[in-house]
Design a protein around this ligand. Structure first.
Ligand code: ARG
Length: 454
């Protein structure tokens, strides 16, 4: 037959623009070309479509790739537009490209193909952030700083212990993202609309050509399933939430003069000449909002969707793209801010005893001498009250001990022992339980963190 007779498949009427995802599909333009190529190569190998027709289709796809997404004809989505462009070049036989498949399995394959790349990028950013944390931590194993609960001075710790607390969480984020990657990395192609196909296709072959680890077996699950998107977005939102905590800590520490953020990660005010603001980290903190919003938008769109394909899915996907972009960028920026920040050792050491943060250590010393911990706690609570939140002197401690215990403090612990407990550096050094802030305990955590990154 000569000439191509096609009705305009994409009518859409007045809702044409509303229905089209072509612009948003730029993100999966390259993926769709890869999927088209793998599919037609398999069709040729299986003798479903003649080799020469497949050759022409492949040549047309090369031209379409070179012309770029912007040169595509109008269409309901990128899949339809590319098919139209193939038919424009090859003629009616170009329509054989869509044998034994549907846009439903096609789009699911494209999303997984592209998301794999994006997940790898987010994993790389997360690992780079962990490297930055470990590098700075290694320099500050002995740098004592105040540790907080309820934003109030609680117990002295070290900069390394603080930074590695985030590294540990980001290591778990990495594992979650890798897990999401594994389940994303399966091919739905060949599921067709949802009900398979009578053609003698080879799903394993297209999966292999596209670099997937295998297929999503059930064809209805393959077309309809988007839990891989939910899982990936949830892993990113979880990561962004912890990241926002790190950003918040750094904003607060910068405010107290406990950390000096590099100028390139700070900004000035357009009106107040004296200001240097931690805007970059405030934006990192805000990205958790984007990520949780993306996850919420995605899950809400997916909720209640019946099998097998519903067009709602077209609006689900962009939530995941927005999330992965925002979170990967924020992670990379946070890595730079961490790597370039300075920790002023003297200021931190001076601040680390503020608010009688060594009280627990004195109570521990009493408890080690046989006083029940609850009683020791009472002694130190009374001392804290008497010293009005500051660190009490030895005379005050002794007087309070006399009131509560009926005996001098120094019948239980030596003066030297009490003085050591009141010294933030020695206080930290004494807390050498596994995972604690003492330098040798942190050295073990550093080793584990380094081993986890390799
Ligand atoms: N663009 C659609 C999506 O992103 C795929 C089109 C499938 N359309 C359909 N009517 N079955 O989900």
């Amino acid at each position: 037959r000569s000439g191509v007779v096609r009705r305009d498949r994409f009518s859409g009427g007045p809702a044409r623009g509303f229905m089209s995802s072509l612009a948003a599909d730029e993100r999966i333009f390259a993926a769709d070309l890869a999927v088209d190529r793998a599919h037609v190569v398999m069709l040729a190998e299986q003798d479903v479509v003649d080799d020469d027709v497949v050759g022409e289709i492949l040549a047309a796809l090369d031209e379409i790739e070179a012309a770029g997404h912007g040169a595509l004809p109008e269409g309901e989505d990128v899949h339809e537009a590319i098919e139209t462009a193939v038919v424009e070049r090859v003629g009616e036989d170009g329509g054989k490209m869509h044998t034994a498949r549907s846009r439903n399995d096609e789009v699911a394959t494209c999303i997984r193909h592209r998301l794999r790349e994006d997940l790898l990028e987010s994993i790389e950013a997360t690992v780079a952030l962990r490297e930055a944390l470990v590098e700075v931590a290694a320099e500050h194993v002995d740098t004592v700083m105040p540790g907080y609960t309820h934003l109030q001075p609680a117990q002295p710790t070290t900069v390394a212990h603080f930074l590695l607390s985030y590294e540990s969480a980001f290591a778990r984020d990495t594992a979650r993202l890798l897990d999401a990657y594994d389940r994303t990395n399966r091919s739905p192609l060949g599921a067709a609309a949802f009900a398979g196909t009578p053609f003698d296709i080879d799903r394993e072959r297209t999966a292999e050509l596209l670099g997937f680890d295998g297929v999503v077996a059930n064809s209805m699950d393959a077309s309809a399933g988007r839990d891989f998107l939910a899982e990936s977005t949830a892993a990113l939102a979880t990561h962004a939430t912890t990241l926002s905590g790190l950003a918040e800590d750094l904003v607060i520490f910068a405010n107290k003069g406990h950390v000096d953020l590099a100028d390139e990660y700070s900004s000035t005010s357009s009106i107040m000449p004296q200001k240097v603001n931690p805007d970059t980290l405030e934006l990192v903190r805000a990205v958790a909002g984007d990520a949780v919003g993306g996850l919420s938008g995605l899950l809400t769109t997916l909720k209640g969707l019946p099998r097998a394909y519903n067009r709602d899915l077209q609006r689900a996907t962009p939530h995941a793209w927005e999330t992965v972009d925002a979170v990967s960028e924020a992670t990379a920026v946070a890595a730079g801010a961490v790597a370039t920040a300075e920790w002023p050792e003297e200021t931190l050491e001076a601040a680390s005893g503020e608010g009688f943060s060594t009280a627990t250590g004195v109570a521990d010393a009493l408890a080690m001498a046989g006083v029940p911990f609850r009683t020791a706690h009472e002694v130190l609570a009374a001392a804290a009250e008497r010293a009005d939140g500051e660190t009490p002197d030895l005379a005050t401690l002794d007087a309070v001990a006399g009131d509560v215990l009926g005996e001098s403090l120094f019948t239980y612990v030596s003066r030297e022992r009490v003085e050591a407990a009141l010294d933030p550096v020695q206080s930290v050094a004494s807390r050498d339980s596994a995972g604690g802030p003492a330098p040798e305990a942190v050295a073990a955590q550093l080793d584990d963190a380094e081993a986890g990154i390799d």
